[in-house]
Design a binder for this molecule. Structure first.
Ligand code: ATP
Length: 302
């Protein structure tokens, strides 16, 4: 089952396409990282998926084919928007009460236990909580709705490292309980730890999408003499980093591309892979060595 599926999905604001020709199929059971530079269309895609925005083109369904924004979709999805939205004048207990009354499947016992574990008193007003506590409150309320899909828009941007770690631990615990997660973030190091599916948006289009494991297996870092880098012009190169003596090429690897003599191949990490694609917004990748096409050395050099 796909928790989010889009075809030809587009969203236009005036003359600007915030998202264009977006075709995605995110399978259930993953923690999916949505990354991309500022203005790439991440929030737009998430808003379309949770039914907060209407497509200008194409379609988006959730939870195995349910139209986004329909009652069945709203019932199964919890969304935490940017900046941990909590009502500053309400206490944690008030927010729990209000959210519980608005959602028939709300698990009050879970929410109360979780807040107690976090040391957040029910009487404390949200406006008096730290940024980390506000984020945890918003996440607790979202999870108490017992969603099948949890959508988080830049949840850890404002949090210090410990609050960020604690927040993501809660997300991972939910994922281990079977909740699919889709989260946008600029904190690549954090994503490396938690995500097993990646979507990279660039200028409103999907640049990379696939299981992290497959994407990493489909790429290598080649290091060798800088003067020889141009010899591999036919190899699908995503990004070239040139030093005085050595060049480092992030390439799409395949059995048909053996490591050249005098060069070393290293596996790549998620952060390295994402950075390479962010630096080369024209390079496209799909998991698997034979699919899609990376830029060649000549194209990258242009
Ligand atoms: P960031 O990382 O900065 O949050 P993002 O990847 O989430 O960016 P979006 O917020 O989806 O990007 O914006 C994508 C594009 O659509 C941008 O060019 C933005 O200016 C534009 N845009 C988004 N919302 C609106 C709106 N309500 N009205 C007009 N333009 C908008």
């Amino acid at each position: 089952m796909n928790v989010v599926e889009t075809s030809g999905l587009g969203k236009r604001y005036g003359r600007t396409w915030a998202l264009r020709e977006c075709a995605l199929a995110i399978p259930a059971g993953h923690v999916t990282a949505l990354v991309g530079p500022n203005g790439a269309g991440k929030t737009t895609l998430l808003n379309l998926a949770v039914g907060l925005a209407e497509p200008s083109a194409g379609a988006v369904t959730v939870l195995g084919g349910v139209p986004a924004g329909s009652p069945a979709a709203l019932d199964g999805i919890a969304f935490v928007a940017q900046d941990a939205p909590v009502y500053k004048n309400l206490s944690a207990g008030d927010m729990l009460h209000v959210t519980g009354n608005l959602n028939h499947r709300f698990d009050r016992a879970y929410a109360q236990d979780r807040l107690a574990e976090l040391g957040i008193p029910l009487k404390q007003k949200a406006g008096r909580m730290s940024g980390g506590q506000q984020a945890q409150l918003a996440l607790t309320l979202a999870l108490a709705r017992r969603p099948r899909l949890l959508v988080l828009d830049e949840p850890v941007a404002m949090l210090d490292p410990i609050a960020r770690h604690d927040f993501m631990a809660t997300v991972l615990a939910a994922a281990a309980d079977g909740v699919s997660v889709l989260l946008s973030s600029h904190v690549l190091a954090e994503l490396e730890r938690v995500a097993d599916y990646l979507i990279l948006l660039s200028k409103g289009r999907v640049q990379v999408a696939g299981q992290v494991e497959d994407l990493l297996a489909a790429h290598r870092m080649l290091s060798g003499p800088a003067g020889e880098a141009d010899r591999y012009a036919d190899r699908p190169v995503v990004h070239v980093r040139r030093g005085e003596a050595q060049a480092h090429l992030l390439v799409r690897a395949g059995a048909q591309n053996p490591v050249p003599d005098g060069w070393e191949a290293h596996p790549v990490g998620l952060e390295e892979l994402v950075l390479a694609y962010l630096r080369e917004p024209g390079a496209a990748a799909l998991p698997g060595p034979a699919r899609g096409r990376g830029a060649t050395m000549t194209e990258v050099a242009r």
